[in-house]
Ligand binder design. Structure first.
Ligand code: AMP
Length: 413
């Protein structure tokens, strides 16, 4: 396995996790001996006026630095300077970083994380057609790292990989078969790293192998998706060819009748770009409420009887309940239900509303235990058959662990 680390050297293994967006780079450095974060940060407004770095070393003051950042290479250099800074840094030299794990949104048919070589890069580039907003920036980050840290191996971890286990009748769309083959049109699913992390963690908490459990994971944030997990494998998930379908989201429409798209294009004279913008950025809870995509604002507006905020909230909650019902049938029962991500971790009200009246399915949560925000906790009511948990997601740690595993397997660590 290439794991020829000398006694004590294991302590030195540090992995850098990068999440490159169109105008931002998020980074986090892990000490893998204890699987602990040492520092994290964000470079935002890349290529725009007002770009800046926010660096948060664990246990020290955060630093904010306003500085021009023309491209992803400059953003990664800035992150590395912060990580090695004499005062705010957490390592002395770049060479302490033994591997880099990149979050890559679209992995096509990749079913696991992979070492980045020229062939992987070509495949990620090909997939840019399916996820233009996401895969392009990841590729720019990978190329920049090759220049800045030429001797550090890199691994790509895909949001779609966990869902590659779905059966063909789940991932195939009922379109002319030849077209689905020609354009690789199928359900891919996203948030896979998060669903896998919280499901594995829930199994640890239950004290049973996750391969023995029927699990539904609800990743409820600005983007939301829900996954049915059987025998430790993703069986079905609510996002699809793109992250647009499924649940009602902050600004995405979720499931709608596809005929509405062509209807609106005709009526409003919209181009494909314009209709994409409406469905991705002006719909969902924002579109319905006319107020905000942030669920905190929606909860507040409901307190003062804002009718459209109430409608948006009810639609969101109903969409989650509908999927839970469908997935219990898909799994043939349910052992564990998990809530995660910004809203799932932080809103007792959303969890309560979703689980209301589901005791006939074995789901019942305890109101006192449910009064929790951003903390790992079991919230199952006494005697309920389904074990329900709030588990803060940790996609970055999952990426760091995968990166380490791939590098060990390849004998590079
Ligand atoms: P994420 O995309 O996972 O970062 O989640 C962002 C969403 O979580 C936003 O819509 C926030 O409104 C929601 N959120 C974060 N904190 C809270 C909170 N304390 N109560 C309700 N919603 C929250």
């Amino acid at each position: 396995m290439g794991l020829d680390l000398k006694e004590g050297e294991r302590v030195k293994v540090k992995i850098l996790v990068l999440n490159c967006g169109s105008s931002s780079v998020k980074y986090q450095l892990f000490d893998m001996a204890e699987e602990k974060s040492l520092a994290k940060g964000l470079v935002e407004r890349i290529g725009l006026p007002g770009s800046r770095l926010t660096h948060r070393p664990v246990g020290k003051e955060k630093i904010v630095k306003e500085v021009p950042v023309p491209d992803h290479g400059a953003a990664i250099k800035l992150s590395l300077e912060a990580l090695t800074h004499p005062q705010h840094g957490v390592i002395k030299e770049y060479s302490e970083i033994r591997g880099i794990g990149h979050r890559v949104v679209h992995g096509g048919s990749f079913s696991a994380s992979v070492l980045i070589d020229s062939q992987t890069k070509d495949l990620i580039a090909e997939l840019e057609a399916l996820a233009p907003l996401h895969n392009g920036p990841a590729l720019r980050g990978i190329t920049a790292c090759e220049v800045i840290l030429p001797h550090t191996p890199q691994v790509a971890c895909f949001d779609t990989a966990f869902h590659q286990t779905m059966p063909d009748y789940v991932y195939t769309y009922a379109l002319p078969y030849e077209l689905t083959q020609k354009y690789q049109i199928r359900r891919y699913g996203f948030h896979g790293t998060s669903h896998k992390y919280v499901a594995q963690r829930a199994a640890e908490l239950v004290g049973r192998p996750w391969g023995d459990l029927k699990i539904i994971t609800c990743h409820l944030g600005n983007g939301s998706s829900i996954t049915a997990i059987k025998n430790g494998k993703s069986y079905d998930t609510s996002m699809g060819f793109t992250p647009l379908p499924g649940l009602v989201m902050g600004t995405r429409c979720g499931d709608i009748d596809p005929a509405i798209v062509t209807f609106l294009m005709e009526k409003e004279g919209w181009t494909t770009k314009e209709v994409e913008e409406v469905l991705n950025r002006r719909s969902g809870v924002l579109g319905v409420s006319g107020l905000s995509s942030d669920f905190r604002d929606i909860e507040e507006a409901m307190e003062v009887q804002n009718e459209r905020a109430r409608l948006a909230w009810d639609m969101f909650v109903y969409s989650v309940r509908k999927y839970i019902g469908a997935y219990i049938v898909a799994l043939g029962g349910l052992d564990v239900l998990v809530f995660t991500a910004g809203l799932g971790e932080n809103s007792p009200r959303v969890r309560l509303d979703i689980c209301q009246g589901l005791d006939f399915l074995g789901i019942q949560i305890d109101q006192d235990k449910n009064n929790v925000r951003g903390e790992e906790r079991e919230i199952t009511a006494p005697g309920a058959q389904v074990r329900t948990f709030v588990i803060p997601t940790n996609e970055e740690l999952m990426i760091a662990k995968d990166t380490q595993a791939v590098l060990q397997e390849k004998g590079l660590m």
